[in-house]
Design a protein around this ligand. Structure first.
Ligand SMILES: [Zn+2]
Length: 202
């Protein structure tokens, strides 16, 4: 495949990290309140939905910038992205419900201990932010008739073989839209830090 004349849109890692930290902090607060007998499920829904809306707004701003830089109009469908948004909100509700249930459960498993649950708040938030970011990138790629997707894994020795295979699969990590797609999208396992980049042709 030809990469000449292509340009890429990637979601800034800085924002992904900032959203992750925000959700981790909020979930930790919810967990602490739960231990004190509080009931903050509705608040947790709200926080997650706010994070989702923030992410979508930023992504649309980003696309707008890239598209106008290349003298292209932003396809009108991208302004909605309602399906992806609703899916993300449902997913978040499910995560919170599971989390609240397990937080109040009495169990001997490490993951239900105080320390285990705190670790889980961090993992849940991180996986969720990476997941929704990548889902939206793939969704946007289809709606804007992109050229290809680029699978980027962290370039360090902690990368697992599965992610490495995806990042080297397709055409050296590039997947032509509607031609060959990876069998799954990141995160492919807990704590997966892979990201999807969208490629457009001039
Ligand atoms: Zn990964």
């Amino acid at each position: 495949m030809d990469l000449a004349g292509t340009w890429a849109v990637s979601f800034p890692l800085l924002i992904v990290d900032r959203e992750t930290v925000k959700l981790q902090r909020d979930l930790r607060q919810i967990y602490n309140e739960l231990r004190l007998g509080g009931l903050l499920t509705a608040y947790a829904y709200f926080l997650g939905n706010r994070a989702i809306t923030d992410t979508y707004t930023r992504l649309l701003q980003l696309l707008q910038t890239y598209f106008s830089r290349h003298d292209l109009p932003l396809p009108p469908e991208t302004k909605e992205l309602q399906n992806a948004k609703t899916n993300a909100q449902n997913k978040w509700r499910q995560l919170v419900d599971d989390f609240v249930t397990s937080s109040s459960a009495v169990s001997v498993s490490y993951w239900f201990t105080h320390r285990g649950l705190l670790t889980r708040t961090n993992l849940i938030a991180q996986d969720f932010v990476y997941d929704q970011t990548n889902v939206v990138m793939v969704d946007v790629a289809y709606q804007t008739q992109a050229y290809a997707l680029h699978w980027i894994s962290e370039d360090d020795e902690r990368v697992c073989p599965v992610c490495q295979r995806y990042a080297e699969g397709g055409n050296h990590g590039y997947y032509l839209l509607n031609w060959y797609m990876p069998a799954a999208f990141p995160p492919v396992h807990p704590n997966c830090r892979c990201r999807i980049e969208i490629l457009y042709q001039n």
